[in-house]
Design a protein around this ligand. Sequence first.
Ligand code: NAD
Length: 383
Amino acid sequence: MKIAVTRETRDAEARVAMVPELVGKLTGLGYDVAVEPGAGAHALISDEEYVAAGATVADNALRGAALVLSVQPLPLEVVRGLPAGTTTISFLPSHQELELVAALRDNGVTSFAVELVPRISRAQSMDALSSQALVSGYRCAVVAAGMLRRFFPLNMTAAGTVQPATVVVLGAGVAGLQAIATAKRLGAVVHAYDVRAAAAEEIASMGAKPIDLKLETLEGAGGYAREMTEDRAARQRELLTPYIAAADALITTAAVPGRTAPMLVTREMVEQMSPGSVVVDLAAETGGNVEGSVPGEVVRIGNASVWGGRNVPSQMPGPASRLYAQNLVNLVTLMTAEPDGDEGGDGGPTGLLAPDFEDEIVIGSCVTHAGEVRHAPTREAME
Ligand code: NAD
């Protein structure tokens, strides 16, 4: 069977779904790999590198492909041209892409959304949300360090001592913990806050100081955060204000699954920060943790420069693509028929895609299959 890798067409997307280094993993499973010309260009990967790794590079890479790999969802016109029985794996925010989901369903395409891969131990190596959050968290910390016109670390020199910067991180999930770790490595004094009870220990294990607001913790299903009531949100903002006023850099990464990002920091709070301070809002694209942040822009609020994240993993396309491609290789491996199965016959690699629809990872990440929308919340949104 053939696996196709597309050239991304959506705005601001520099990643690619497969890297030459991992093409051999797919050919080793028995697949042919075809890549659209220029697919890796923004991630500084040439067509020649794909060819050297054993892929073919062709304009018609998608023709005859059993599986199409991409980062962003495929364009509608591409989906409409896919034969029934084709499988796609990509990010697919299905609730925002109802027309596309309808086309996938109506064309008999089996589609998997990487963001729906269950957060269970067995699926950790397939968890693209985590791999990309890791890139985002790192990027947020270096953006803050780059924008701040002062040192992150303490400097004790013959010319005197320069105090370290104080960084506050709000939201200590995968991205937040990586932002903390990076800011710590750069020598800043880091304070961090998250609503989950387990977060304080995780923050401390990174060498940062957990902020204890003495508020109830907010765990929801699956270890995620719950949404705050407006009273709780107001109290949290009030209690966080002195920490934010004292910060040289504020990094916000808070999210609640299936909701717009919680607004944690008002304009008034940012206005209390000192001249030259910096705010990095990773959540700008999903509603914003900071009032007034704009995705993809730096805006001025009071004395602070406020950077709004826009497709942040794509700003480090090489490593983000490498990690994403590994997640896909692991998913494809899970979905490939076993060598000893009926299909394989000779015991060699089968190169046959045969997702097991009784496996919770397969079921959990499937959006459309056999002419139906299998993801219940998306199906309900379409009714
Ligand atoms: P996320 O992107 O959904 O949210 C980021 C962080 O924001 C979370 O830590 C959340 O608690 C926090 N947050 C939400 N509302 C907040 C508020 N009002 N104030 C401050 N912080 C707030 O989170 P994530 O990175 O996807 O991680 C969520 C959970 O899933 C964590 O417990 C993480 O350890 C777990 N996880 C498990 C796996 C796995 O088992 N495979 C993989 C990744 C993450």
